[in-house]
Write a protein that binds this ligand. Structure first.
Ligand SMILES: Nc1ncnc2c1ncn2[C@@H]1O[C@H](COP(=O)(O)OP(=O)(O)OP(=O)(O)O)[C@@H](O)[C@H]1O
Length: 265
């Protein structure tokens, strides 16, 4: 494919193929993924469970090297290289022996920024996250939603401009999840860091994203792409609109159809 890789800040995934081995046989996971995340864009990946979404993120983060294909960030080939993206995992993964403040500066510390240089910014971010009075609390003293906010702030404070969020609200109860979506929407609209989000929720993808890629069951390929037409700032009421529900049904039918044809084979 003939992409313009010079486009600043963009991430391009080019024909990415990933295969694992299971019981001595190849297990095909990613079947030639092509996608693009523009600088400052919020993009979501939707796909059936086990199709290979986390495997794709691990390839983007350089934790895995693909069988073939490339990961291009800001015009540079970063395939198989670590350290170019910030990452928020499914579980908050906070260090239990560090207080909240020391946890949120961790990404910057690993990248070589001195803790003292980060402190003022970290305090400002903890305020935005409603966690100012917990700066010196330890992770076990926080609720699940609070821990995820700390994990998000840590990813936001990391120096990389590209952020991957892997199903970050999956472990939260329904009400906390809604609150977190609203919170993320507001924070993101203020700061516009480039984001790639994995989610199982069509509503979450439509509410938050500029663009959505829908994956087939394993071996995954992109089977649908949507540019989400809603203006920003977005509010929760959006989910009751006609267009929102039309798009939701369309994506649902695509996912259901692809799963049914996977079962037929
Ligand atoms: N290192 C590995 N070796 C062998 N198989 C693996 C490895 N890592 C993942 N898999 C398999 O690859 C498939 C894709 O896993 P992955 O976690 O990427 O899917 P996912 O779409 O993120 O799933 P979910 O939505 O349930 O989190 C699964 O069948 C998984 O068991």
């Amino acid at each position: 494919m003939n992409y313009n890789h010079e486009a600043s800040g963009d991430l391009w995934i080019e024909n990415l193929v990933q295969t694992f081995e299971q019981d001595g046989k190849p297990l095909h996971i990613l079947n030639g993924i092509n996608l693009r995340v523009k600088h400052g864009e919020f993009v979501s990946l939707l796909g059936p469970s086990g199709c290979g979404k986390s495997t794709l993120l691990q390839n983007i983060g350089g934790l895995l090297t693909p069988k073939s294909g490339r990961v291009i960030l800001q015009g540079k080939d970063i395939t198989g290289q670590k350290g170019h993206i910030s990452y928020m995992p499914q579980q908050p993964a906070l260090l239990p022996w560090r207080d909240v403040l020391s946890n949120v500066v961790l990404g910057s510390e690993i990248a070589g920024v001195k803790r003292s240089q980060m402190k003022a910014k970290a305090v400002e971010w903890l305020e935005k996250a409603g966690l100012a009075s917990f700066a010196h609390a330890y992770p076990h003293m926080l609720s699940g939603g609070m821990q995820q906010r700390v994990s998000f702030v840590r990813a936001m404070l990391s120096p990389q401009s590209f952020m991957c969020l892997d199903e970050p609200f999956g472990a939260l109860d329904a009400i906390t999840r809604l609150e977190m979506q609203q919170w993320l929407l507001q924070i993101w609209e203020e700061h516009r860091k480039t984001v790639l989000l994995i989610t199982h929720s069509i509503e979450e993808a439509l509410l938050l994203s500029d663009r959505i890629y829908v994956f087939s069951p394993r071996p995954a390929k992109v089977i649908q792409q949507h540019l989400v037409p809603f203006a920003r700032p977005r509010r929760e009421e959006l989910i009751y609109s006609h267009t929102f529900n039309e798009l939701k049904s369309d994506i649902y039918r695509t996912l259901k159809g692809s799963m049914a044809s996977a079962h037929d084979h």
